[in-house]
Ligand binder design. Structure first.
Ligand code: GLA
Length: 460
Protein backbone atom coordinates (compact mmCIF):
# COMPACT_ATOMS: atom_id res chain seq x y z
CA UNK A 1 0.00 0.00 0.00
CA UNK A 2 3.08 2.28 0.11
CA UNK A 3 3.80 4.90 2.78
CA UNK A 4 0.77 5.56 4.85
CA UNK A 5 1.27 9.14 6.08
CA UNK A 6 1.26 12.25 3.89
CA UNK A 7 4.94 12.81 3.11
CA UNK A 8 6.93 15.60 4.75
CA UNK A 9 9.22 17.33 2.24
CA UNK A 10 11.66 20.23 2.15
CA UNK A 11 10.20 23.38 0.62
CA UNK A 12 11.25 23.33 -3.07
CA UNK A 13 13.63 26.10 -4.07
CA UNK A 14 12.91 26.32 -7.78
CA UNK A 15 9.90 26.37 -10.09
CA UNK A 16 6.45 27.92 -9.90
CA UNK A 17 5.47 26.00 -6.74
CA UNK A 18 8.56 27.39 -4.99
CA UNK A 19 7.52 30.88 -6.05
CA UNK A 20 4.00 30.51 -4.69
CA UNK A 21 5.36 29.05 -1.45
CA UNK A 22 7.75 31.97 -1.07
CA UNK A 23 4.85 34.33 -1.63
CA UNK A 24 2.62 32.81 1.08
CA UNK A 25 5.53 32.67 3.51
CA UNK A 26 6.22 36.39 2.94
CA UNK A 27 2.54 37.27 3.20
CA UNK A 28 2.27 35.25 6.41
CA UNK A 29 5.31 36.99 7.87
CA UNK A 30 3.91 40.44 7.02
CA UNK A 31 0.39 39.72 8.26
CA UNK A 32 1.23 37.82 11.45
CA UNK A 33 4.66 39.33 12.25
CA UNK A 34 6.21 35.90 12.58
CA UNK A 35 7.28 33.11 10.23
CA UNK A 36 4.95 30.15 9.46
CA UNK A 37 6.00 26.81 10.95
CA UNK A 38 5.26 24.74 7.82
CA UNK A 39 3.09 24.66 4.68
CA UNK A 40 0.61 22.10 3.39
CA UNK A 41 -0.30 21.17 -0.18
CA UNK A 42 -3.39 19.35 -1.48
CA UNK A 43 -3.99 18.87 -5.22
CA UNK A 44 -7.16 19.11 -7.30
CA UNK A 45 -8.08 16.26 -9.63
CA UNK A 46 -9.46 15.36 -12.98
CA UNK A 47 -11.71 12.32 -13.10
CA UNK A 48 -11.07 10.27 -16.23
CA UNK A 49 -14.18 8.12 -15.90
CA UNK A 50 -16.73 7.15 -13.22
CA UNK A 51 -18.89 10.22 -12.72
CA UNK A 52 -21.57 10.42 -10.04
CA UNK A 53 -20.99 6.87 -8.86
CA UNK A 54 -18.81 7.36 -5.76
CA UNK A 55 -21.74 8.23 -3.49
CA UNK A 56 -23.47 5.06 -4.73
CA UNK A 57 -20.49 3.03 -3.51
CA UNK A 58 -18.82 2.49 -6.90
CA UNK A 59 -15.22 2.88 -7.99
CA UNK A 60 -13.90 5.98 -9.76
CA UNK A 61 -10.82 6.64 -11.93
CA UNK A 62 -9.25 10.02 -11.21
CA UNK A 63 -5.74 11.44 -11.27
CA UNK A 64 -4.44 14.38 -9.27
CA UNK A 65 -3.48 17.49 -11.23
CA UNK A 66 -0.62 19.86 -10.68
CA UNK A 67 -3.02 22.63 -9.63
CA UNK A 68 -3.35 22.79 -5.87
CA UNK A 69 -4.07 24.59 -2.62
CA UNK A 70 -1.08 25.68 -0.54
CA UNK A 71 -1.41 26.86 3.05
CA UNK A 72 1.26 28.49 5.21
CA UNK A 73 0.52 27.59 8.83
CA UNK A 74 1.57 28.80 12.28
CA UNK A 75 0.18 28.41 15.79
CA UNK A 76 -0.88 31.40 17.93
CA UNK A 77 -1.64 31.83 21.61
CA UNK A 78 -4.97 33.62 21.25
CA UNK A 79 -7.18 30.59 20.55
CA UNK A 80 -8.23 32.18 17.25
CA UNK A 81 -8.33 30.71 13.78
CA UNK A 82 -7.20 33.53 11.47
CA UNK A 83 -7.57 32.95 7.73
CA UNK A 84 -6.16 35.02 4.91
CA UNK A 85 -6.45 34.22 1.20
CA UNK A 86 -3.77 35.71 -1.08
CA UNK A 87 -6.57 36.49 -3.53
CA UNK A 88 -8.18 39.45 -1.79
CA UNK A 89 -11.52 38.95 -3.54
CA UNK A 90 -11.87 36.31 -0.79
CA UNK A 91 -12.32 38.23 2.47
CA UNK A 92 -10.23 37.60 5.60
CA UNK A 93 -11.94 35.54 8.28
CA UNK A 94 -11.40 34.98 11.96
CA UNK A 95 -13.17 32.93 14.64
CA UNK A 96 -12.51 31.00 17.86
CA UNK A 97 -10.86 27.70 16.92
CA UNK A 98 -12.78 25.83 19.63
CA UNK A 99 -16.45 26.54 19.06
CA UNK A 100 -17.41 27.94 15.67
CA UNK A 101 -20.46 27.30 13.49
CA UNK A 102 -20.39 26.44 9.79
CA UNK A 103 -23.14 28.42 8.10
CA UNK A 104 -24.56 26.15 5.37
CA UNK A 105 -26.65 28.96 3.96
CA UNK A 106 -23.64 30.91 2.72
CA UNK A 107 -21.14 29.32 0.29
CA UNK A 108 -18.14 31.28 1.66
CA UNK A 109 -14.58 30.16 0.83
CA UNK A 110 -13.53 29.84 4.45
CA UNK A 111 -16.31 27.31 5.15
CA UNK A 112 -14.13 24.69 3.47
CA UNK A 113 -11.23 25.50 5.78
CA UNK A 114 -13.63 25.26 8.72
CA UNK A 115 -14.78 21.83 7.48
CA UNK A 116 -11.17 20.60 7.56
CA UNK A 117 -10.68 21.96 11.09
CA UNK A 118 -13.96 20.44 12.27
CA UNK A 119 -13.08 17.08 10.71
CA UNK A 120 -9.85 16.82 12.71
CA UNK A 121 -11.57 18.08 15.86
CA UNK A 122 -14.29 15.44 15.54
CA UNK A 123 -12.21 12.47 14.44
CA UNK A 124 -8.52 13.26 14.74
CA UNK A 125 -8.17 11.54 18.12
CA UNK A 126 -7.32 14.56 20.29
CA UNK A 127 -9.40 15.41 23.32
CA UNK A 128 -8.03 18.71 24.69
CA UNK A 129 -8.91 22.08 23.13
CA UNK A 130 -7.10 22.99 19.90
CA UNK A 131 -4.35 25.63 19.74
CA UNK A 132 -5.12 28.80 17.78
CA UNK A 133 -3.88 28.83 14.17
CA UNK A 134 -2.94 31.40 11.55
CA UNK A 135 -3.15 30.42 7.90
CA UNK A 136 -2.40 32.03 4.56
CA UNK A 137 -4.05 30.22 1.65
CA UNK A 138 -3.11 30.25 -2.02
CA UNK A 139 -4.97 28.28 -4.67
CA UNK A 140 -4.55 27.97 -8.43
CA UNK A 141 -7.38 25.46 -9.08
CA UNK A 142 -10.08 27.48 -10.84
CA UNK A 143 -13.08 27.58 -8.47
CA UNK A 144 -16.43 26.06 -9.54
CA UNK A 145 -14.75 24.32 -12.48
CA UNK A 146 -15.16 20.65 -11.54
CA UNK A 147 -11.48 20.20 -10.62
CA UNK A 148 -12.22 19.94 -6.95
CA UNK A 149 -10.88 23.22 -5.59
CA UNK A 150 -13.16 23.03 -2.55
CA UNK A 151 -12.14 19.51 -1.51
CA UNK A 152 -8.47 20.40 -1.95
CA UNK A 153 -9.04 23.29 0.45
CA UNK A 154 -10.68 20.96 2.98
CA UNK A 155 -7.77 18.50 2.68
CA UNK A 156 -5.02 21.14 2.96
CA UNK A 157 -6.79 22.59 6.00
CA UNK A 158 -7.21 19.22 7.75
CA UNK A 159 -3.55 18.50 7.16
CA UNK A 160 -2.62 21.91 8.61
CA UNK A 161 -4.60 21.35 11.80
CA UNK A 162 -3.48 17.77 12.35
CA UNK A 163 0.19 18.44 11.67
CA UNK A 164 0.31 21.48 13.93
CA UNK A 165 -1.10 19.30 16.73
CA UNK A 166 1.33 16.47 15.93
CA UNK A 167 -1.50 14.05 15.14
CA UNK A 168 -0.44 11.04 13.09
CA UNK A 169 -3.22 10.14 10.70
CA UNK A 170 -2.90 7.76 7.75
CA UNK A 171 -3.67 8.96 4.24
CA UNK A 172 -6.72 6.70 4.08
CA UNK A 173 -8.06 8.10 7.36
CA UNK A 174 -7.44 11.67 6.19
CA UNK A 175 -9.38 10.87 3.00
CA UNK A 176 -12.34 9.48 4.93
CA UNK A 177 -12.34 12.24 7.56
CA UNK A 178 -12.26 14.90 4.83
CA UNK A 179 -15.03 13.26 2.79
CA UNK A 180 -17.28 13.24 5.87
CA UNK A 181 -16.43 16.69 7.16
CA UNK A 182 -16.98 18.40 3.81
CA UNK A 183 -20.66 17.42 4.18
CA UNK A 184 -20.86 20.16 6.86
CA UNK A 185 -21.35 22.61 3.97
CA UNK A 186 -24.50 20.69 3.03
CA UNK A 187 -23.48 18.72 -0.08
CA UNK A 188 -23.75 14.95 0.19
CA UNK A 189 -20.57 14.29 -1.84
CA UNK A 190 -18.96 10.90 -2.31
CA UNK A 191 -15.32 10.44 -1.35
CA UNK A 192 -13.51 10.65 -4.67
CA UNK A 193 -12.01 14.14 -4.47
CA UNK A 194 -10.61 13.81 -0.97
CA UNK A 195 -9.33 10.28 -1.64
CA UNK A 196 -7.35 11.17 -4.74
CA UNK A 197 -6.02 14.34 -3.09
CA UNK A 198 -4.34 12.18 -0.42
CA UNK A 199 -3.71 8.91 -2.26
CA UNK A 200 -2.47 10.17 -5.64
CA UNK A 201 0.92 9.05 -6.88
CA UNK A 202 2.99 10.81 -9.50
CA UNK A 203 2.74 9.27 -12.96
CA UNK A 204 -0.31 7.03 -12.43
CA UNK A 205 -4.06 7.46 -12.31
CA UNK A 206 -5.88 5.53 -9.57
CA UNK A 207 -8.89 3.33 -9.31
CA UNK A 208 -10.46 4.21 -6.00
CA UNK A 209 -12.96 1.89 -4.36
CA UNK A 210 -15.08 2.68 -1.32
CA UNK A 211 -16.44 0.92 1.78
CA UNK A 212 -13.68 0.19 2.64
CA UNK A 213 -11.50 2.75 0.88
CA UNK A 214 -8.87 1.13 -1.38
CA UNK A 215 -6.85 2.48 -4.25
CA UNK A 216 -4.85 0.87 -7.05
CA UNK A 217 -2.41 2.66 -9.34
CA UNK A 218 -3.10 2.24 -13.05
CA UNK A 219 -0.70 3.21 -15.83
CA UNK A 220 -2.28 5.29 -18.56
CA UNK A 221 -1.55 4.28 -22.16
CA UNK A 222 1.68 5.70 -23.59
CA UNK A 223 1.54 8.31 -26.35
CA UNK A 224 -1.68 9.99 -25.21
CA UNK A 225 -2.28 13.29 -23.50
CA UNK A 226 -5.25 14.27 -21.34
CA UNK A 227 -6.36 17.80 -22.15
CA UNK A 228 -8.60 19.68 -19.74
CA UNK A 229 -10.76 22.53 -21.05
CA UNK A 230 -12.81 24.79 -18.81
CA UNK A 231 -16.20 25.54 -20.38
CA UNK A 232 -16.26 28.71 -18.23
CA UNK A 233 -19.83 27.93 -17.20
CA UNK A 234 -19.41 28.01 -13.40
CA UNK A 235 -20.91 25.34 -11.16
CA UNK A 236 -20.82 25.64 -7.38
CA UNK A 237 -22.45 22.50 -6.04
CA UNK A 238 -22.95 23.97 -2.58
CA UNK A 239 -24.95 26.90 -3.98
CA UNK A 240 -27.90 24.88 -5.35
CA UNK A 241 -29.54 21.49 -4.87
CA UNK A 242 -28.83 19.86 -8.29
CA UNK A 243 -26.08 17.67 -6.89
CA UNK A 244 -27.95 16.57 -3.79
CA UNK A 245 -31.06 15.93 -5.91
CA UNK A 246 -29.09 13.33 -7.92
CA UNK A 247 -27.79 11.72 -4.71
CA UNK A 248 -31.39 11.44 -3.50
CA UNK A 249 -32.71 10.07 -6.81
CA UNK A 250 -30.15 7.26 -6.57
CA UNK A 251 -31.05 6.64 -2.94
CA UNK A 252 -34.77 6.52 -3.71
CA UNK A 253 -34.24 4.14 -6.65
CA UNK A 254 -32.17 1.95 -4.32
CA UNK A 255 -34.78 1.95 -1.55
CA UNK A 256 -37.66 1.13 -3.90
CA UNK A 257 -35.73 -1.77 -5.44
CA UNK A 258 -34.77 -2.95 -1.94
CA UNK A 259 -38.42 -2.87 -0.85
CA UNK A 260 -39.50 -4.80 -3.92
CA UNK A 261 -36.86 -7.42 -3.15
CA UNK A 262 -38.38 -7.84 0.32
CA UNK A 263 -35.49 -6.12 2.13
CA UNK A 264 -35.69 -3.61 5.02
CA UNK A 265 -35.51 -0.62 2.63
CA UNK A 266 -34.59 2.01 5.21
CA UNK A 267 -31.26 0.27 5.75
CA UNK A 268 -30.27 0.85 2.10
CA UNK A 269 -28.63 4.11 1.11
CA UNK A 270 -26.43 3.15 -1.84
CA UNK A 271 -27.07 1.26 -5.07
CA UNK A 272 -23.75 -0.56 -4.58
CA UNK A 273 -24.90 -1.87 -1.20
CA UNK A 274 -28.08 -3.24 -2.78
CA UNK A 275 -26.20 -4.88 -5.66
CA UNK A 276 -23.98 -6.73 -3.21
CA UNK A 277 -26.93 -8.11 -1.24
CA UNK A 278 -28.82 -9.11 -4.38
CA UNK A 279 -25.68 -10.83 -5.70
CA UNK A 280 -26.24 -9.57 -9.24
CA UNK A 281 -23.78 -8.30 -11.87
CA UNK A 282 -23.88 -4.68 -13.07
CA UNK A 283 -25.61 -5.63 -16.37
CA UNK A 284 -28.15 -7.64 -14.35
CA UNK A 285 -28.79 -4.58 -12.18
CA UNK A 286 -29.47 -2.59 -15.36
CA UNK A 287 -32.08 -5.15 -16.38
CA UNK A 288 -33.63 -4.95 -12.92
CA UNK A 289 -33.84 -1.14 -13.19
CA UNK A 290 -35.68 -1.44 -16.50
CA UNK A 291 -38.11 -3.94 -15.01
CA UNK A 292 -38.73 -1.81 -11.91
CA UNK A 293 -39.04 1.73 -13.26
CA UNK A 294 -40.36 3.60 -16.25
CA UNK A 295 -38.28 6.32 -17.84
CA UNK A 296 -40.38 9.21 -16.52
CA UNK A 297 -40.42 11.39 -13.43
CA UNK A 298 -42.01 9.94 -10.27
CA UNK A 299 -43.89 12.28 -7.96
CA UNK A 300 -43.00 12.31 -4.27
CA UNK A 301 -46.49 11.01 -3.54
CA UNK A 302 -46.04 8.05 -5.87
CA UNK A 303 -42.65 7.26 -4.33
CA UNK A 304 -44.26 7.24 -0.89
CA UNK A 305 -46.90 4.81 -2.14
CA UNK A 306 -44.21 2.52 -3.56
CA UNK A 307 -42.42 2.57 -0.20
CA UNK A 308 -45.68 2.44 1.84
CA UNK A 309 -44.56 5.44 3.83
CA UNK A 310 -45.55 9.05 4.48
CA UNK A 311 -43.92 12.18 3.02
CA UNK A 312 -42.92 13.17 6.52
CA UNK A 313 -41.17 9.87 7.06
CA UNK A 314 -39.43 10.07 3.67
CA UNK A 315 -38.13 13.55 4.52
CA UNK A 316 -36.66 12.13 7.71
CA UNK A 317 -35.27 8.81 6.51
CA UNK A 318 -34.09 9.59 3.02
CA UNK A 319 -34.04 13.20 1.83
CA UNK A 320 -31.48 15.90 2.67
CA UNK A 321 -32.62 19.26 3.97
CA UNK A 322 -32.24 20.98 0.62
CA UNK A 323 -34.12 18.32 -1.40
CA UNK A 324 -37.28 18.02 0.68
CA UNK A 325 -39.05 20.61 -1.46
CA UNK A 326 -38.47 18.68 -4.72
CA UNK A 327 -41.71 17.30 -6.15
CA UNK A 328 -40.48 14.91 -8.86
CA UNK A 329 -37.60 12.47 -9.14
CA UNK A 330 -36.25 10.51 -12.12
CA UNK A 331 -35.36 7.04 -10.96
CA UNK A 332 -34.90 4.86 -14.04
CA UNK A 333 -32.49 7.13 -15.90
CA UNK A 334 -30.37 7.98 -12.86
CA UNK A 335 -29.95 4.36 -11.78
CA UNK A 336 -29.21 3.24 -15.36
CA UNK A 337 -26.45 5.84 -15.55
CA UNK A 338 -24.92 4.68 -12.28
CA UNK A 339 -24.81 0.97 -13.14
CA UNK A 340 -23.57 1.55 -16.69
CA UNK A 341 -20.94 4.07 -15.56
CA UNK A 342 -19.74 1.76 -12.78
CA UNK A 343 -19.30 -0.92 -15.45
CA UNK A 344 -17.35 1.48 -17.69
CA UNK A 345 -14.84 2.16 -14.89
CA UNK A 346 -13.87 -1.52 -14.71
CA UNK A 347 -13.76 -1.74 -18.49
CA UNK A 348 -11.47 1.30 -18.58
CA UNK A 349 -9.14 -0.27 -16.05
CA UNK A 350 -9.16 -3.62 -17.86
CA UNK A 351 -8.26 -1.96 -21.17
CA UNK A 352 -5.51 0.19 -19.61
CA UNK A 353 -3.94 -2.97 -18.23
CA UNK A 354 -4.31 -5.01 -21.46
CA UNK A 355 -1.53 -4.66 -23.96
CA UNK A 356 -3.04 -4.42 -27.40
CA UNK A 357 -2.97 -1.84 -30.15
CA UNK A 358 -6.71 -1.15 -30.30
CA UNK A 359 -7.00 -0.21 -26.67
CA UNK A 360 -6.74 3.57 -26.95
CA UNK A 361 -9.70 3.74 -29.33
CA UNK A 362 -11.69 1.56 -26.93
CA UNK A 363 -10.88 3.87 -24.01
CA UNK A 364 -12.00 6.85 -26.09
CA UNK A 365 -15.26 5.11 -26.87
CA UNK A 366 -15.91 4.56 -23.16
CA UNK A 367 -15.30 8.25 -22.52
CA UNK A 368 -17.80 9.16 -25.27
CA UNK A 369 -20.38 6.77 -23.83
CA UNK A 370 -19.81 8.21 -20.39
CA UNK A 371 -20.43 11.72 -21.65
CA UNK A 372 -23.65 10.70 -23.40
CA UNK A 373 -24.85 8.99 -20.25
CA UNK A 374 -24.17 12.02 -18.04
CA UNK A 375 -25.84 14.25 -20.62
CA UNK A 376 -28.94 12.19 -21.44
CA UNK A 377 -29.59 9.97 -18.42
CA UNK A 378 -28.05 11.95 -15.57
CA UNK A 379 -28.82 15.37 -17.08
CA UNK A 380 -25.79 16.97 -15.47
CA UNK A 381 -24.08 18.35 -18.56
CA UNK A 382 -24.29 21.92 -19.87
CA UNK A 383 -24.68 23.18 -23.47
CA UNK A 384 -21.16 24.61 -23.28
CA UNK A 385 -19.67 21.30 -22.17
CA UNK A 386 -21.59 19.54 -24.95
CA UNK A 387 -20.17 22.02 -27.44
CA UNK A 388 -16.61 21.31 -26.28
CA UNK A 389 -17.25 17.57 -26.51
CA UNK A 390 -18.74 17.98 -30.03
CA UNK A 391 -15.72 19.99 -31.17
CA UNK A 392 -13.46 17.19 -29.89
CA UNK A 393 -15.12 14.50 -31.97
CA UNK A 394 -12.86 13.20 -34.72
CA UNK A 395 -9.84 15.11 -33.35
CA UNK A 396 -9.49 13.20 -30.07
CA UNK A 397 -10.01 9.59 -29.02
CA UNK A 398 -12.83 10.67 -26.75
CA UNK A 399 -14.01 13.51 -24.52
CA UNK A 400 -16.37 13.91 -21.59
CA UNK A 401 -17.41 16.24 -18.80
CA UNK A 402 -15.40 15.76 -15.63
CA UNK A 403 -16.44 16.42 -12.03
CA UNK A 404 -20.00 17.14 -10.96
CA UNK A 405 -20.98 18.78 -14.27
CA UNK A 406 -23.65 21.42 -14.91
CA UNK A 407 -20.69 23.49 -16.10
CA UNK A 408 -16.99 23.30 -15.28
CA UNK A 409 -14.45 21.25 -17.21
CA UNK A 410 -14.22 18.69 -19.98
CA UNK A 411 -11.39 16.16 -20.31
CA UNK A 412 -10.28 14.77 -23.67
CA UNK A 413 -7.89 11.99 -24.53
CA UNK A 414 -5.77 12.91 -27.52
CA UNK A 415 -2.73 11.58 -29.37
CA UNK A 416 0.27 13.28 -27.74
CA UNK A 417 1.57 14.83 -30.94
CA UNK A 418 -1.92 16.18 -31.75
CA UNK A 419 -2.39 17.93 -28.40
CA UNK A 420 -1.13 21.37 -29.48
CA UNK A 421 -3.12 21.36 -32.68
CA UNK A 422 -6.22 20.28 -30.76
CA UNK A 423 -5.77 23.08 -28.24
CA UNK A 424 -5.42 25.60 -31.09
CA UNK A 425 -8.65 24.31 -32.55
CA UNK A 426 -10.48 24.80 -29.23
CA UNK A 427 -9.10 28.32 -28.95
CA UNK A 428 -10.32 29.16 -32.46
CA UNK A 429 -13.71 27.45 -32.34
CA UNK A 430 -14.59 27.83 -28.65
CA UNK A 431 -12.58 30.21 -26.51
CA UNK A 432 -12.40 33.03 -29.07
CA UNK A 433 -16.23 33.12 -28.88
CA UNK A 434 -16.30 33.16 -25.08
CA UNK A 435 -16.22 36.74 -23.80
CA UNK A 436 -15.16 35.61 -20.30
CA UNK A 437 -12.04 33.94 -21.75
CA UNK A 438 -10.63 37.32 -22.81
CA UNK A 439 -9.35 38.36 -19.42
CA UNK A 440 -7.88 34.93 -18.60
CA UNK A 441 -4.51 33.34 -19.15
CA UNK A 442 -5.35 30.60 -21.69
CA UNK A 443 -3.06 28.10 -19.96
CA UNK A 444 -5.29 28.29 -16.87
CA UNK A 445 -8.40 27.25 -18.82
CA UNK A 446 -6.94 24.86 -21.39
CA UNK A 447 -4.05 22.61 -20.43
CA UNK A 448 -2.56 19.13 -20.72
CA UNK A 449 -2.58 17.28 -17.47
CA UNK A 450 -0.20 14.67 -16.04
CA UNK A 451 -0.79 12.55 -12.94
CA UNK A 452 0.58 14.57 -10.04
CA UNK A 453 1.50 13.42 -6.50
CA UNK A 454 -0.90 13.63 -3.56
CA UNK A 455 -1.02 15.90 -0.51
CA UNK A 456 2.14 16.66 1.44
CA UNK A 457 3.65 18.87 4.13
CA UNK A 458 6.50 21.23 3.36
CA UNK A 459 8.94 22.01 6.14
CA UNK A 460 11.71 24.61 6.03
C1 GLA B 1 -18.15 16.05 -7.06
C2 GLA B 1 -18.16 15.27 -5.75
C3 GLA B 1 -17.58 13.87 -5.97
C4 GLA B 1 -18.27 13.17 -7.14
C5 GLA B 1 -18.31 14.06 -8.38
C6 GLA B 1 -19.11 13.47 -9.51
O1 GLA B 1 -16.84 16.30 -7.45
O2 GLA B 1 -17.41 15.94 -4.77
O3 GLA B 1 -17.71 13.15 -4.78
O4 GLA B 1 -19.55 12.75 -6.78
O5 GLA B 1 -18.84 15.34 -8.07
O6 GLA B 1 -18.51 12.31 -9.97
Amino acid sequence: MGESYPPVQKVPLEGSKAQRLRFIVEKFTTEFSTKPQFCTRAPGRVNLIGEHVDYCGYAVFPMAVDLDILIAVGTNTTGKLNLINVDDSYPKFSCEINGFEIDKSCPAWYNYVLCGVRGIQEEGGKNEPFTGLDMVVSGNIPPSSGLSSSSALVCASALAVAHSHKLLITKEDYAEICARCERHVGTQGGGMDQAISFLATEGTARVIEFNPLRSTPVNLPPGVSFVVANSLAPMNKAANSYYNCRVMECRLACQIMAKQAGLAWKEYQRLGQLQKVLGKSLPEMMTLVSRTFESRPYSKKEICQLLSTSEEDLDKTTLSENTRHIEEFRLHDRAQHVFSEAHRVWEFKRICEAKNGKSVEELGKLMQESHLSTKLLYECSHPKLDKLVDLSEGVTYGARLTGAGWGGCMVAMVKEEMADEYKKLLVKDYFSHEPTANNKDISSILFSSHPSPGACIYEF
